[in-house]
Design a protein around this ligand. Sequence first.
Ligand code: LLP
Length: 423
Amino acid sequence: APDLLHRRDGALRMEGVPLTRIAEAVGTPFYAYSAQALRAGYTALSGAVAPHGVDVCFAVKANSNIHVLSEFARLGCGMDIVSGGEMARALAAGVPAERIIFSGVGKTEAEIRAALLAGLHQINVESPAELEVVAAVARDLGQSAPVALRVNPDVDALTHAKITTARKDSKFGIAIGEIPALYAAAAMRPELNMVGLAVHIGSQILDLAPFRRAWAAMAGLVRDLRAAGQQVGRLDLGGGLGVGGDGHSGPDLAEYARIIADTVGGMGLALNVEPGRWLCARAGVMVARVIYTKPGDGADFAIVDAAMNDLMRPALYDARHAVEPLAPPRQVGATTPCRLVGPICESSDDFGTYQGLGPLQAGDLLAFRDAGAYGAAMSSTYNSRDLIPEVLVDGAQFRVIRRRVGIDEALQLEQPGPWQRAG
Ligand code: LLP
């Protein structure tokens, strides 16, 4: 994907729009996404894997704004969803039901019913108990539900412990050893249409070797099932492709595609991947303003108007988002490092210590990079803060795609209901 941020006359721009223009229009903090970068990302990834017969479904959880979804949908991208809410978003963005896969370890009966009524492409089932609910709902609706079993292949994704999902002790998927019996029993039931298998080993994966291990294990499982007489038509390879930064150039798409071809190619399987982060992280920034500076021990504090409720990743995963000042730094060369912290009353409300931002002053604007994935989507109103605006940039234009949700609206939600007598 092209570098979406560049400077002209010193001012940091996203595509043709100076980010300060957006700050004037919507106030800070805010998220901005480059439509061109979203489209270029999808085109690059799908261009790398499509020749190997691999379909791309965007993991909606990474950025669920319907205008972001519709950028992908218009290019023919499918979607991977994990809730009834995400299903509603994908459908609202114009994604056809038959392009949607439903993942997740805790789908409720109501969500499963809605999915079957909508006619989704596939339900990735994660437990025998869930399989029973899918079967019961499908029977009730007179349908044969398209089911894939999500496999836990017991592979370490070699990423942050909070975003690894396929070790033996993980809550996700069904242990690989239990699949053959479960698959065979399910295939006998008319209300279940056993279409194949799914796997997802974790997120922000930069070393591609774990993918090879997991997919090789899946290929073996498919062969075993077929040898036992089962039909296995589809394989969902999951998401997890990481993005570079902090000195890492990011994974090579050609290598990613080659690993797919090496492990599960040529088996007559309909393949798909479900990347979230890779498709949208780099397309987005979060812009914040310095409220105060104060001297600190080893680094000077800059207290910014964005906080852990707006961008949780540093607090939750020790993630580091590179920061660019919207105006060129005041001083080049060695200056005191800046520790960027938010206003929330928690020590973990800390974005980290940065070199080269120069001495910051109140009013300075900063862009946090790679914030297009798991940024706005994970935000909250903790400390009774606003949900901050999201803005889409396309060429020389920009528009608000989610307005600021402030305290007036939040207070509306707290209109009390009537007291109800219990017994
Ligand atoms: N498929 C399934 C079944 C998933 O659980 C996930 C992510 C994805 C696909 C997409 O993974 P991706 O390609 O984005 O890595 N909040 C964390 C990431 C959590 C990912 C959860 N599952 C973060 O900000 O790093």
